[in-house]
Design a protein around this ligand. Structure first.
Ligand SMILES: [Zn+2]
Length: 354
């Protein structure tokens, strides 16, 4: 059995309509789901206050309640009182099915003004949202859709050439059935979101174009691809670009770095060695007597820069692969070559004098 409606609103039985309205507005503000998120008790109380006001604010239903008590609401066809239940079902809520109908796309939920109650609700909502609802039809103030954040991992090949991707995101959206309130009129927990006010769903965005040279850590904004707006524009998807690690190239700004092994003969005699780049093989000329660790630059072998409209370089660090000398001839040749070159550590350091 519900509480006495006068007790619910905290007013005397002989309260004037103005007193009832005042009490209702105070309580509705206090227990409104928008200011008591995740509080099921407040939601219940809000529902009860709403219902009590629905009954007591209407002259006919109030009279019926005064006479029959809660039994008035159980009376079926043929029974008193006329005008019961109150027009609009209470609360000034209305469901409007879009072209797809319920469960389909395009459904729309809005507050409508169901007489005096609706106007009151409109005032309360405008205060809660800080917005100004239009006159007559008391639609909730428009809200822009949610922005979604996601990471997009790109290979360096994709950074170089740009890419087109289909994205699949798991997103949290405000439940459209209850507009995020978790309850639906006349105060039932929302079946669509289970009372959470949020629904999780899979969103696919096809054909997302990522331009060449998308910087690591930069953001690509897909305007209007985020959460649906509630009377406002849809949100965006903000894609944070993350470069994947490459097995061979290491990015350094717009430059790429890599290490290329060279043979003793190539290092000693000099020559042309093939070097891989993201754009295919290139030829690197190294001089005679190239030591391990020497760096060479292949112009424009790096990544394109969107800002500077230039292309970085590929920095090749050579690593000389030295085999052990075998046999008399090799030993003699290497020894002679080394002796001729002299001590590689000559002049490297001197003991500090006291
Ligand atoms: Zn819901």
């Amino acid at each position: 059995m519900p509480r006495d409606y006068y007790d619910e609103l905290g007013v005397a039985r002989e309260a004037t309509p103005a007193q009832i309205k005042k009490a209702y507005r105070k309580l509705a503000r206090q227990y409104h789901p928008d200011v008591n998120r995740d509080d099921p008790q407040a939601a219940e109380r809000f529902k009860a206050v709403q219902h009590a006001y629905d009954i007591l604010s209407d002259k006919e239903t109030r009279e019926a309640y005064d006479r029959y008590g809660h039994a008035a609401e159980q009376m079926g066809e043929g029974g008193p009182p006329p005008g019961w239940p109150p027009p609009g079902g209470g609360g000034g809520w209305e469901f409007r099915g879009g072209p797809g109908g319920f469960g389909g796309g395009g459904q729309e939920f809005r507050f409508t003004s169901g007489g005096a109650d609706g106007a009151d609700m409109q005032d309360i909502l405008s205060q809660l949202f800080g917005g100004a609802a239009g006159a007559g039809r008391a639609q909730a103030p428009s809200q822009r859709g949610t922005d979604y954040e996601a990471e997009l991992h790109l290979s360096l090949e994709e950074v170089l050439a740009g890419t087109t991707r289909d994205l699949s995101l798991t997103v949290e959206d405000t439940c459209t059935s209850c507009r995020g309130r978790g309850i639906v009129p006349p105060g039932q927990p929302c079946a669509v979101c289970g009372g959470r006010g949020q629904v999780r769903r899979q969103q696919t965005v096809r054909g997302v174009k990522i331009p060449a040279g998308a910087d690591n850590g930069s953001t690509v904004r897909l305007r209007g691809k985020g959460g649906a707006g509630h009377g406002g524009p849809p949100g965006d998807i903000n894609l944070r670009i993350v470069w994947r690690e490459h097995p061979f190239f290491r990015p350094s700004g717009d430059d790429l770095e890599c290490e290329v092994p060279v043979s003793l003969a190539e290092a000693s005699l000099g020559g042309e060695i093939p070097v891989p780049t993201l754009r295919g093989m290139r030829t690197l000329r190294i001089p005679a007597g190239t030591s391990s660790g020497t760096r060479f630059r292949i112009r424009e072998g790096g990544l394109p820069s969107r800002r500077a409209k230039t292309t970085g370089n590929l920095v090749v660090r050579v690593k000389v692969v030295v085999p052990a000398a075998e046999g008399e001839a090799e030993t003699k040749a290497v020894t002679e070559m080394s002796a001729r070159a002299g001590d590689p550590r000559a002049g490297l350091w001197r003991p500090q004098e006291q």
